[in-house]
Ligand binder design. Sequence first.
Ligand SMILES: [Cu+2]
Length: 275
Amino acid sequence: MPEPITHQADRVLALWQGSWIAAFAVGFLVWGLIIWSVIFHRKRSEQLPPQVRYNLPIEALYTVLPFVIIAVLFYFTARDQTVLMDTEADPASEDVVEIDVLAYQWSWQFTYVGEENVSGDDVAIAGIPGEDPQLVIPNDTTIHFNLESPDVIHSFWVPAFLFKLDVIPGHPNEFQVDLHEDVEGVFEGKCAELCGVDHSQMLFTVRVVDPDEFDEWISEQRDDPESGIEVPAAEELEELNGGTADGAEDTDDADEAAAVRDEEQDDEEAEAATS
Ligand SMILES: [Cu+2]
């Protein structure tokens, strides 16, 4: 597991480790009982050992125990999920950095909501396949992410968050993270949902800086009239992707349709000839 860089990630790690400890405890108990019965209850004679079917207490135990295990796992999962999906901090507040994440085939755009530059656009960073965008965020701060996709389902994943969330067209998702105060550096991010030909190119990086450095960076961006970049137009992306976008598919479809038409015509001709 990567080193967690958010308070939410600490919780995920604790849940993960706790689940393994519980699983090993159950595992050791079961393995122990198996080994014990193998060693100490070997076949002693030709006589059938005592049969225990319809033993109500034991059968009740077999039924109840798995439910107890599931209930415990469910309780901790539900408890942590509630906290992880909690978006209580007001995104519009001064202390929260609100970022619109737009996932598209096959890169990302990050828009800093409310950080208007001199041209009147919100500061944004967009990538193209092969040219990964870099998201800059301050440590010791709450970050609110709004996830949207114009095309297919993607998944926003920063491994160091120990968390990923689907980006679904027509269904905006959101989540918040609270970054540790001592964390700094560049972390990788990726799309975690197979989303087409260049899915593997759908990478980005996250640079975590201290809040002062972030303020400096964002004010530089606000002074830059070009910092409000939009997602490259569809044709542009298609060109960058070497014509693998919609256009190419259309030709395939057209060829297929023509082939079907030819076949139908042949059948008709054959029919006409036999009658
Ligand atoms: Cu994707």
